[in-house]
Design a protein around this ligand. Sequence first.
Ligand SMILES: [Cu+2]
Length: 663
Amino acid sequence: MLGRLSFADIPVDVPILVGTFLGVAVIGITVLGLITYYGKWGYLWKEWFTSVDHKRLAVMYVVVGLLALARGFADAIMMRTQLALAYAGNPGYLPPHHYDQIFSAHGTIMIFFMAMVIMTALFNLVVPLQIGARDVAFPFLNNLSFWMTTVAFVLINVSLFIGEFSQCGWLAYPPLSEAQFSPGVGVDYYILAVQISGVGTLLTGVNFFVTIVKMRAPGMTWMKLPVFCWTALCACVLIMVAFPVLTVAVALLGLDRFLGMHFFTNDGGGNQMLYLDLIWAWGHPEVYILIIPAFGVFSEVVPTFSEKPLFGYATMVYATCAIMVLSFLVWVHHFFTMGAGADVNAFFGIMTMIISIPTGVKLFNWMFTMYKGRVEFHATMYWAIGFMITFSIGGMTGVMMAIPAADFVLHNSLFLIAHFHNVIIGGVYFGYVCGMNFWAPKALGFKFNEAWGKRAFWCWFIGFYFAFVPLYVLGFDGMTRRMNHYDNPNWYPWLLVAEVGAVMIFFGIVCQVTQIYVSIRDRNLPGNVDVTGDPWNARSLEWSTSSPPPPYNFAIIPHIHELDAFMHDKENGIDTRHAGGPYAPIHMPKNTAAGFFIGAFSFTLGFGLIWYIWWLAAISLVGVIATVIARSANHDVDYYIPAEEVARIENEHSRKLMAQAAE
Ligand SMILES: [Cu+2]
């Protein structure tokens, strides 16, 4: 009846997990209780869970991304604390099989459910507004993508309390991930979570690619497209090309585990190197899927706070496209040590070094934009400058590891761990936080608190160096990744310093949470409310709308005259909004529950497959198919906003603008 699931799979004998469960239960019951007490379920269902509005989906993606950050960081500080304790015979507090699950979950969650999710949030909020569109090309698919990603995140967290998670690292290398060596449910949780969220990601890639190609406002030719949209476009191309490779690699591993096939097994003609080639043919483009949009954020932020146009717009665009192409030509640098000959390694080493050239072009362009600019040091700009310093260092250690001879010494050492955290925290995370601070007024209608923003930055910035510089040193000293305990006395002091760094980053996260709380508390204070929709005197089109924008974004689709469309209009006295109309009824998609139900059935399908509860899997599959058919047969999927209503909303915003101008 319940497949291989039994009470023995509930870890009641693991105090850490029991404590975590109780904590999560208390928070969960409190939140659910408050929603019920204030009678907000209807509102949440109608206005948010079933919403196809890209602006609402952006906010929901941020919520999921921050929850993933909390979980992923909890794993991180647990690992740091274990290594600060487990020295010279002291086993620490985490036994190896638990520790292995934690580093596997940490990588999987931070990449798939924190970074990818916050990236998608930024895409959702910014892209349609920057190109002058009323929404994305496929609003229903956008909602579906959200729920597929969200239920996959829930599935991974369920493995904390029912069964176990994978112990094979974030990429589940075979043969360790094969049933022979990992007979439990852990790897199956990994496979299903990655596959379900992969559907969401691929749909997102297609959705935003089509949106940018087909829905630009009239006059927005390719070389008038804001850089953030260029980076989103390139990331979507990478998603559409690379994610199917991940889907196939993980599916083949699943066939080995579920149906006893031999794609990657030790016997039966299995070939583990095929898995490595496939998983990194996805994996390296994946890291560029994450970093390229962060580059896009800085190309919006730096000109805005330097009060100068971006230096070298065209070279920025070409550099982005070059990085997109080159990112497919370097994947073997992830396993120089695994049997490829010197010639092959040399090719991939050189290609890896070449990718640093267009990256360098970007760094110089941002610095030249600031040069002789009137730089305003908002918290947003702190993250941008912190990025330029930290990411450059990470890039340099990357070029170092691109030398096969050096990599033979440093591969899978803590030097590698320090390197990729250097570029992922210093690059991706700093970039996304920068973007959230920059576009918060557009999404929410009020600015984020500056003081807590700066405190968060300094905790993260200094904490990062305390946490990861020791790992560079330890890597040189021969300490490998994924060690659960050690007895080399030289390593102990460095790991204590790294623990201090992790604690500082913890305070950075506390400051970020406090920043959000204080910003919401003080949202109506003068100076915090974004009355005009253009709080930073910015350049791109999204700032021409009110904050938050009306459901239809633009009452009249603007005509684009120049790059930095909004700044151009401001400088030439052109009213981008065509305030006063005439207005026409606006065609809008209706909210739908189909995405939520397909997501819910995908969750039970995944859970059923993991635990071999075949009836549940079968019913769920039928549920998914039935919902898809019901959705496609439903013709009541759109409506019109009357012209009078549009006029009312627009006149209200114009009145506020005039009142603001009069002050
Ligand atoms: Cu790589």
